[in-house]
Write a protein that binds this ligand. Structure first.
Ligand SMILES: Nc1ncnc2c1ncn2[C@@H]1O[C@H](COP(=O)(O)OP(=O)(O)O)[C@@H](O)[C@H]1O
Ligand SMILES: Nc1ccn([C@H]2C[C@H](O)[C@@H](COP(=O)(O)OP(=O)(O)O)O2)c(=O)n1
Length: 282
């Protein structure tokens, strides 16, 4: 395990605290995940080597939103889709990306996805650290891609937070942290999306889609299937997210209809964004 000491002296070391306050990550530009473990302070330490980390270091010296300012900023946006598994996120993100000639990204990003199965078997705080780090790495990719085209994202911070909140709590949705709690707030140091879409379907339809898809499940996906209270806590946590809120989309209709609805929402959002930009520049 790479020691925290080396991270402290490393020029490119970056330190992040997740919103949930449980995990500290030291992302170091080395090229591979060197090790993980508990520091004496009880924090989880992850040394992560990705090309993106240097970009991230550069972008973190600016405010998260500043890094998005490209020359065509009035027409550019980034839109994550979130929701329970098998609600159609991957289907919709792909179709929207094609329709808008955009760029499709996902959380966790491709550059660390090969470690996913390893981290999914780790204790929860370490697994969360992995997904949280993924969101920050993804942010630097979004910032870069957003100067070229609209960016459509399959999951982002909302997913990490919703699953973390649902795991850290038990029982019914009434036992979740209250609606105004800061766990539902977007982290200040993470690039914000323009519009977050929460895809929802009724539980029976979701199970049908899950069976139809037939992919291997993560432990949490299996938990989602077995435990309807857990599922309700994840979905309710999504609904309580603020700044930005998750805009709910009924994903029960046909793929074509859902994509049409999503494109209309994006169009509406863009019109609003342009209006706001015009107002602020006059
Ligand atoms: N609107 C829809 N109507 C019917 N089936 C759908 C719809 N959207 C997605 N599906 C199917 O449901 C399954 C899960 O979709 P997927 O996009 O993989 O979900 P997710 O990314 O949310 O896990 C796939 O087999 C997909 O073809
Ligand atoms: N940004 C992310 C992405 C996924 N996760 C976790 C939450 C769940 O345990 C799994 C579900 O992710 P997965 O990509 O397998 O789900 P879908 O393919 O979209 O159905 O990963 C996360 O915590 N944070």
């Amino acid at each position: 395990m790479a020691r925290l000491g080396s991270a402290r002296t490393h020029r490119d070391a970056l330190r992040f605290w997740t919103r949930l306050g449980t995990v500290r990550l030291d992302l170091i530009r080395l090229g591979r995940i060197a090790g993980i473990g508990e520091t004496p302070q009880g924090f989880v330490e992850v040394d992560c080597i990705t090309e993106s980390t240097r970009d991230l270091a550069n972008s973190m010296s600016k405010s998260p939103q500043q890094v998005l300012k490209g020359k065509d900023e009035d027409v550019l946006f980034n839109i994550p889709n979130v929701g329970l598994d098998a609600t159609g996120k991957t289907t919709v993100t792909q179709a929207v990306k094609d329709a808008l000639n955009g760029i499709l990204l996902r959380s966790p990003p491709a550059c660390i996805s090969q470690w996913r199965t390893v981290f999914d078997d780790e204790p929860t705080p370490i697994k969360r650290a992995f997904y949280a780090a993924g969101n920050y790495i993804l942010a630097s990719e979004i910032a870069k891609a957003s100067t070229q085209a609209p960016v459509i994202i399959d999951r982002y911070w909302h997913s990490t937070a919703a699953y973390a909140i649902a795991t850290e709590t038990s029982g019914k949705v009434q036992d979740l942290p209250p609606a105004q709690d800061e766990v539902y707030q977007w982290p200040e140091d993470l690039l914000k999306p323009d519009l977050v879409l929460l895809l929802t379907v009724d539980p029976e339809e979701r199970v049908r889609r899950l069976q139809h898809r037939g992919l291997e499940k993560t432990k949490e996906e299996a938990e989602l299937e077995a435990n309807s209270l857990f599922r309700q806590r994840v979905e309710e946590s999504y609904k309580r997210m603020v700044n930005p809120v998750c805009q709910e989309v009924d994903a029960s209709p046909s793929k074509e209809e859902v994509v049409k609805t999503v494109l209309q929402l994006i169009e509406k959002h863009c019109a609003l964004k342009k209006q706001l930009l015009n107002c602020s520049s006059t």
